[in-house]
Design a protein. Structure first.
Length: 126
């Protein structure tokens, strides 16, 4: 009886080990980490967002300073649409929140829902 359970388990483990997450490209521009990652950032301190790729969004407060967020998984269409939207009832955006790809063609609407990660304080290299 034990043999019957072991073979399906080994096959399942082999299948899982062959699946690899998509490799994340190097983010440009590079950034210098200036502090510890945080779970939430105040909305009042976000003056601009910049989509870097399908995995990364920079939430900038002033010029080159802000927070880099590595999404928990690839967000399809994020880079090609280059825009996000989000809703929060709080005065901050947190790693438990969801951002949405903002699709603009043919008309503005929400696209893929994407889980954000922790916010890493950075200063962008220019």
């Amino acid at each position: 009886m034990t043999r019957r359970l072991v073979l399906p388990l080994l096959l399942a483990l082999a299948a899982c080990s062959q699946e690899r997450p998509a490799e994340r490209p190097a983010v440009s521009p590079a950034a210098r980490i200036t502090g510890e990652a945080v779970s939430c950032i105040p909305l009042a301190q976000i003056s601009e967002t910049r989509v870097r790729d399908d995995w990364t969004i920079d939430f900038l407060s002033t010029g080159k300073r802000g927070w880099r967020n590595s999404l928990t998984a690839r967000c399809p269409g994020l880079r090609s649409n280059d825009a996000i939207t989000y809703e929060t009832s709080l005065s901050q955006l947190c790693s438990t929140d969801i951002v949405y790809v903002l699709e603009t063609v043919p008309a503005p609407r929400r696209g893929a829902a994407c889980s954000i990660g922790k916010f890493v304080p950075v200063e962008l290299d220019r």
